[in-house]
Design a protein around this ligand. Structure first.
Ligand SMILES: [Zn+2]
Length: 343
């Protein structure tokens, strides 16, 4: 074997290698345990003594040269790889940024706020009350004593362990709590969650939101109630919508009425959306029954009161054209997001 020819041969092979893996193969074939240079060094003992020194020196210098060439070529390929990576992975600062998703107000929260703002503008204040309520505040004090037909046990969730504890079926008990603590004049709304044993369907939920309100003052009449609620309807649904008052029965108001708003789709002519009625029911209201005023210690000869209540989901559904109120609780972002942009 010609040692002189080894170095140029190794150099040519190393310079032609185009990957780190190919260089590793070359290192093994030249410098490995069974490599060509290792083979020369291993056979030195078989040479005539006078040749051993010079052949050994040459073999060692070829080994050093090959090591050097491998190191240089490896560095070169690594730099080239890094250059490619830099070129392909560089950040394009001219690309538009990724916009983080911003949250928005839930439609129920928003409509609740819109309703409250109308009454705050009329000088009403907001009062709060417990969701787990005493039977007395939810029914008895509202002119619905035990055994009263308006008091259907099928509608009420009772709390275990106490016959007189229940989940409030309306926010009217807040009226009683406020009236028992304070003296007229009172102008108060009570927004909040209420609970009824309803099977969920497009227009019923076992949990929903109400805003109820009442006023007690000297000389309040049904005309005040009517003016207040017509103003409310115009603020929420727009000036063009008309209202209709229908006689109704509620235990704690007399007279009582249900209030409809003219259908936005047909303007009162009757269409599929309003069930050919032309009107959509949105409020219950009435003049507070003198029995309720007496119960809280107000003299019905001196004071009179008006009261009203509406379901927030229903108002939201009618205002924004939602045909199934269960959507409000489903947390489907595709449904909820569409109301973030509407003003
Ligand atoms: Zn209609």
């Amino acid at each position: 074997m010609n040692i002189e020819s080894m170095e140029p041969e190794a150099r040519a092979a190393i310079e032609a290698a185009d990957s780190i893996a190919a260089l590793e193969d070359l290192r093994i074939s030249w410098l490995g345990r069974k490599g060509r240079i290792t083979g020369v060094l291993r056979t030195l003992g078989q040479l005539p003594p006078e040749d051993r020194k010079s052949v050994g020196q040459k073999a060692n210098s070829v080994r050093e040269a090959v090591e050097q060439l491998l190191t240089e070529r490896t560095d070169h390929l690594k730099r080239a790889e890094a250059d490619v990576a830099l070129a392909t992975e560089k950040v394009d600062v001219t690309l538009p940024g990724r916009r983080p998703t911003l949250g928005g107000e839930h439609l129920i929260t928003r409509v609740n706020r819109e309703i409250a703002e109308v009454f705050l503008g009329l000088g009403y204040e907001i009062a709060d009350g417990p969701e787990v309520e005493l039977d007395y505040f939810n029914f008895t004090a509202l002119n619905t004593p035990p055994g009263h037909p308006a008091r259907s046990t099928q509608d009420t969730f009772y709390v275990e362990g106490g016959d007189d504890l229940l989940l409030r079926t309306h926010t009217s008990p807040v009226q009683i709590r406020v009236m028992k603590e304070r003296k007229p004049p009172l102008y108060v709304i009570s927004p909040g969650r209420v609970f009824r044993r309803d099977t969920p369907d497009p227009s019923h939920m076992p949990v929903f939101h109400q805003v109820e309100g009442f006023a007690v003052d000297k000389g309040l009449t049904f005309a005040d109630l009517r003016g207040t609620l017509e103003f409310f309807v115009h603020q929420i649904f727009g000036e063009k919508r008309r209202t209709r008052f229908r006689p109704h029965f509620f235990a704690f108001t007399e007279p009582s009425a249900e209030i409809d708003v003219s259908c936005h789709a047909c303007d009162g002519k009757g269409c599929r959306f309003c069930g050919q009625e032309g009107w959509l029911e949105i409020l219950g209201a009435g003049v507070i029954d003198p029995n309720v005023l007496r119960e809280v210690g107000f003299d019905p000869e001196e004071y009179s009161g008006i009261a009203f209540g509406c379901g927030v989901e229903r108002i939201a559904a009618l205002k924004y054209g939602v045909d199934d109120i269960r959507n409000f609780l489903d947390s489907d972002m595709r449904f909820l997001e569409q109301f973030w942009r509407v003003s």
